[in-house]
Write a protein that binds this ligand. Structure first.
Ligand code: GLU
Length: 299
């Protein structure tokens, strides 16, 4: 599993340079829309008492996602988020008979994710959410449905910062987000006083633009969207140095819901829905369509 994930990161990274240069940057933001409609399974039946049965009965689902991350979760002009995460959530909802317009989207900044699941303010979180053991103490994860890797974004003309090990020697101020895995990992490479933490990544992009920080660090696919949005001002180093398997966060111990989500993902991986969701969103920048990673056991 580990080796496979590493290879996926490498493959994705190799495709980034090509895709980014081909796309240019800037312009109208179409980085998440246009995904094909997923058929809503109206006749589906579930065992009474399960989360699936309850949600189907309610006819609605509350989904925590990002709203400022192009390619994965970015609010469109209609106020609804678009992106690969959003498509994954729509897919799960559709398999419970819930149409996309019946989804209630809840903004889920990184540090709030476990809390909103625990408090029952959302039914699931699909938000560039890395599966890890410390989070698993509070919530459960279905998936993974994607494998990202932490990377670094700098201004296009920055030739000094070439990898995480160059951050300390160059005295760079580095921005990331509170409650994220990259904010923790980067502490190996940056002194505390040079680490700037916000609640969302769009604020890090602003800080890079204005020169308050010299680098932004998080998952490569999040940075890829911000690079695309920058219209040539920013670049990605394309040297991922962690593995970030994205899972769907649900209430701790809801094994039946986890298994249902994993089956839904597996089917989408097989019937091409997963690939189409990628191509309509993140695939507009990263042309290499990933294959669905093997699901972890539910617990
Ligand atoms: N995947 C990482 C995490 O879950 C970084 C992305 C994010 O903050 O959403 O912490």
């Amino acid at each position: 599993m580990r080796g496979k994930r590493s290879r996926l990161v490498t493959v994705l990274t190799a495709s980034l340079a090509l895709a980014l240069s081909a796309c240019g940057g800037g312009g109208e933001n179409q980085l998440g829309g246009g995904a094909p409609e997923i058929p809503v399974d109206q006749g589906v039946q579930f065992e009474p008492g399960t989360t699936m049965a309850n949600l189907k009965q309610a006819g609605t689902i509350r989904v925590g996602t990002k709203i400022d991350q192009p390619l994965f979760g970015l609010n469109g002009l209609d106020g609804k988020p678009q992106g690969f995460d959003v498509e994954m959530a729509k897919l799960v909802a559709a398999k419970m008979g819930i149409a996309p317009d019946k989804i209630e989207w809840v903004e889920a900044p990184s540090k709030t994710r476990e809390e909103i699941i625990e408090q029952g303010r959302v039914d699931m979180v699909v938000a560039t959410y890395t599966i890890n053991d410390s989070r698993k103490q509070r919530i459960s994860f279905a998936g993974p449905y994607y494998q990202a890797g932490q990377d670094i974004m700098v201004k296009t003309d920055n030739a000094q910062i070439t990898g995480p090990e160059t951050l300390r020697p160059t005295g760079a101020k580095v921005c990331s987000v509170t409650g994220s895995t990259p904010a923790e990992k980067i502490k190996e490479y940056v002194d505390e006083q040079n680490l700037v933490l916000f609640d969302v990544y769009s604020k890090c992009a602003d800080a890079l633009r204005t020169g308050q920080v010299q680098a932004v660090t998080t998952d490569n696919v999040i940075l890829m969207g911000l690079v695309e949005e920058s219209g040539g001002q920013f670049k990605l180093l394309e040297k991922p140095f962690t593995e970030e398997p994205y899972g769907i966060g649900i209430k701790k111990g809801d094994v039946k819901f986890c298994e249902f989500i994993n089956q839904t993902l597996a089917q989408a991986g097989q019937d091409g829905t997963y690939a189409k969701a990628w191509q309509a969103t993140a695939g507009k920048v990263s042309k290499q369509t990933p294959s669905l990673p093997q699901a972890d056991p539910c617990s």
